[in-house]
Ligand binder design. Structure first.
Ligand SMILES: [Zn+2]
Length: 268
């Protein structure tokens, strides 16, 4: 994998994965014709993610929901689908992005159910990468989410707001447009069946959304800090509703992008 390490001042170093590396690694032949959707169940292993008011771990809910969505997406062969993790294992944020890059993913969907300070707040929401956070609640969410790498050891503790700003500035305009369109698609699909957070489409410096050339969104399926959301997300039937809505969002996103000559890149 081709990475470039960049010194960002005050000792912070970030590794950037360049699109050329992803293109070189893309497999050839008929198997590559279906676009790859990379699902990213948040947290895992020593990082439990948010712990719900009655003790549910976000990492378990995220993996179960991603597996349900993979099953739906893979059913008719329109997509190839991979997960950044398929078991309860810790994966640093950068490695999640790297996996999507290396495999030439057309779309990256990170799945979470984090916690907020205000336990009354509930509902689904979707996040895209931006230099400046859309609101204080989202800024706090991104800080907590980016802090997942504190479990990885000292070499990963480079995720300052400054780093997040630089990462955001490297994302290509075409990718931003594709991410924003996916966020609208997710809000439309989720809002049909589920309660949504107020202003459900938000943005901040999420490290896991930093792929320069892959449209990326982070979905909060609900919040572990809210008793109703936690109880719902514990239920397979509720996760199936979430997965079905996300499948509609993904279908709509690809349908709107239209077929591309290479059959893989649909960032626009
Ligand atoms: Zn999370």
């Amino acid at each position: 994998m081709f990475t470039r390490r960049v010194l960002l001042g005050r000792g912070a170093v970030a590794s950037f994965l360049w699109p050329a590396a992803a293109r070189a690694a893309r497999p050839a032949g008929p198997a590559a014709a279906a676009p790859l959707v990379m699902l990213d169940p948040g947290h895992g292993g020593k990082d439990p993610g948010a712990i719900g008011v009655s003790g549910t771990y976000e990492k378990h809910v995220a993996l179960a929901a991603a597996q349900a969505l993979r099953q739906l997406l893979a059913a008719d062969g329109r997509y190839r689908v991979e997960l950044t993790r398929t078991r309860d294992v810790f994966i640093p944020l950068e490695d999640r992005v790297a996996a999507a890059q290396q495999k030439g993913a057309a779309l990256f969907v990170s799945m979470h159910a984090d916690a907020l300070a205000d336990h009354a707040v509930r509902g689904a929401s979707v996040y895209t990468l931006a230099e400046h956070a859309s609101d204080a609640q989202t800024a706090a969410l991104a800080r907590r989410e980016n802090a997942a790498d504190r479990f990885a050891g000292p070499e990963f503790r480079g995720t300052s707001p400054e780093v997040a700003r630089i990462l955001a500035s490297l994302v290509r305009q075409e990718t931003r447009v594709g991410s924003a369109r996916m966020a609208r698609s997710v809000v439309g699909a989720l809002g049909h069946d589920l309660p949504l957070l107020e202003n459900p489409s938000r943005h901040a410096g999420f490290v896991v959304l930093k792929a320069a050339d892959i449209p990326s969104v982070l979905v909060e399926m609900g919040f572990m800090s809210n008793r109703q959301d936690e109880a719902a997300l514990r239920q397979p039937a509720h996760r199936a509703v979430v997965a079905a809505a996300l499948r509609r969002a993904i279908d709509a996103w690809f349908a709107q992008a239209g077929p591309r000559p290479d059959g893989v890149r649909t960032a626009g």
